[in-house]
Ligand binder design. Structure first.
Ligand SMILES: Cc1cc2nc3c(=O)[nH]c(=O)nc-3n(C[C@H](O)[C@H](O)[C@H](O)COP(=O)(O)OP(=O)(O)OC[C@H]3O[C@@H](n4cnc5c(N)ncnc54)[C@H](O)[C@@H]3O)c2cc1C
Length: 401
């Protein structure tokens, strides 16, 4: 196992190999299994797991350093490193039972990118409106419902499925997470678990975004991930893990922007028009200066957020929201400007700019939209929580739980 101080240089070395293949995963819409094997062998999958579970006890900040390096070359691989350390697996390690941790850790260390299943056709930003249910029946839960836009759906082995928990009498107890381990790409799907379809996305094309359907899916009761507060506050507690994922997602966006700037810098010095390198035109120099300033500021915010400690050792919620918001919006602008600097060449596939431009667009949407993050940040600044929901007697009763 490498020492954590070597993580950035290991990531940099891997990234140089990934750069040549990044276009292939995009064109072929293929999951990068080759890169996954290399990431796992290098110890970057599950690096945040404690040593007792085979990890390196690496910090969120270590992950951020690795993810930026990898995202400069291959967005797909960088997302896999994020989700192999943050998000679903970090929720299990923080709130799961000993048996759940022992079950999941080896899979992640071997390269599995857990799928976190929250979003539904009728419940996006309003995630708690989910209608998937987990009904208690003796020592099992029976899951019914549909999730969509599930990253890794069809390739991930670990699934953390969020559902409305109903007791034996059908009374709602709150929202819980349920672990289902299977191997969809190896043809091993439990009865009642269907990978319905894959979205055709504009970017991040090698990563399946799938619709999953659960029909009477049986989950043993000991596969419920129940935070100490129980199901009543289960969703809020489990979602603290999302604060690490948000920092990770922001860092992927940062890495794409930094990579796009590397390409732009090279091209400005190389391309000549009007008898001189285009790097000498002040119009482009000022664009580059703004890009550099934005990237630098985003990096500082992400590093700061990664180093804060909120509930259960996850980054502070507001810091994570601010950093993801700023990094994702900045990255979209930076990549757009980098593409502009290439003129027509940036619009074609001779350069990776068009792929980076399609990839980076996602980061103000997935994992909390820019609007939802702004609402969260404003709530912290103002010290008030403004209900987004049109209130009814039922919603008031639910809020009081
Ligand atoms: C590539 C990708 C990967 C994803 N991966 C996963 C995954 O692995 N697991 C998972 O569970 N989900 C995943 N998602 C889903 C993602 O979390 C949702 O897309 C996101 O939460 C927004 O939900 P929505 O798309 O339904 O948009 P909606 O909630 O319908 O929002 C539509 C628009 O309204 C705005 N809006 C909504 N509510 C408010 C409000 N209160 N104030 C102001 N504006 C508002 C939004 O910002 C947005 O602009 C993924 C999405 C993408 C694109």
């Amino acid at each position: 196992m490498p020492e954590t101080r070597h993580i950035p240089s290991i990531a940099r070395d891997l990234a140089s190999g990934f750069a040549a293949r990044a276009g292939r995963w995009d064109r072929e819409r293929e999951y990068c299994w080759d890169n996954v094997r290399e990431l796992a062998q290098a110890g970057l999958m599950g690096m945040t797991l404690p040593r007792a579970y085979g990890g390196q006890g690496a910090s969120w900040h270590d992950v951020v350093l690795a993810v930026e390096e990898i995202a400069r070359a291959c967005t797909l691989s960088a997302r896999i490193v994020v989700e192999g350390n943050m998000g679903g697996i970090s929720a299990v390690m923080a709130y799961g039972t000993e048996a759940q941790k022992r079950l999941c850790a080896p899979l992640v260390l071997a390269g599995d990118k857990p799928a976190i299943c929250i979003t539904e056709p009728g419940a996006g930003s309003a995630a708690t409106d989910m209608t998937t249910t987990a009904q208690r029946r003796g020592d099992r839960y029976i899951l019914n419902g549909t999730k969509h836009w599930i990253t890794g759906g069809g390739v991930s082995r670990i699934h953390l499925i969020f559902a409305q928990v109903l007791d034996e009498t059908g009374e709602r107890q709150g929202i819980g997470g349920f672990l289902v381990i299977c191997d969809p790409s190896g043809g091993d799907l439990p009865e009642g678990f269907e990978v319905v379809r894959r979205e055709r996305t504009m970017g991040l094309c090698g990563m399946p975004e799938a619709e999953l359907k659960f029909t009477g899916l049986v989950v043993p009761a000991d596969m419920a991930v129940v935070p100490p507060s129980g199901f009543a506050r289960g969703f809020a507690d489990l979602m603290t893990a999302y604060n690490s994922q948000r920092v990770g997602a922001g860092t992927v966006a940062l890495g794409i922007a930094a990579g796009a700037m590397d390409h732009a810098r090279r091209y400005l010095l190389e391309r000549e028009q009007f008898g001189r390198p285009i790097a000498e035109f002040q119009g482009l120099q000022w664009m580059l200066a703004d890009m550099d300033t934005g990237v630098h500021a985003a990096r500082l915010m992400l590093h700061e957020a990664a180093r804060t400690t909120g509930p259960a050792g996850f980054p502070d919620m507001t810091m994570a929201a601010r950093a993801k918001l700023f990094a994702s919006e900045t990255a979209i602008k930076v990549v757009n400007d980098a593409l502009q600097m290439f003129g027509a060449r940036g619009y074609g596939d001779a350069e990776p700019l068009e792929r980076m431009y399609r990839d980076v667009r996602m980061f103000t949407i997935g994992g909390g939209t820019a609007q939802v993050l702004r609402t969260q940040i404003a709530g912290t600044v103002l010290g008030i929580r403004t209900p987004q929901r049109r209130e009814t007697p039922q919603t008031r009763a639910l809020a009081a739980e």
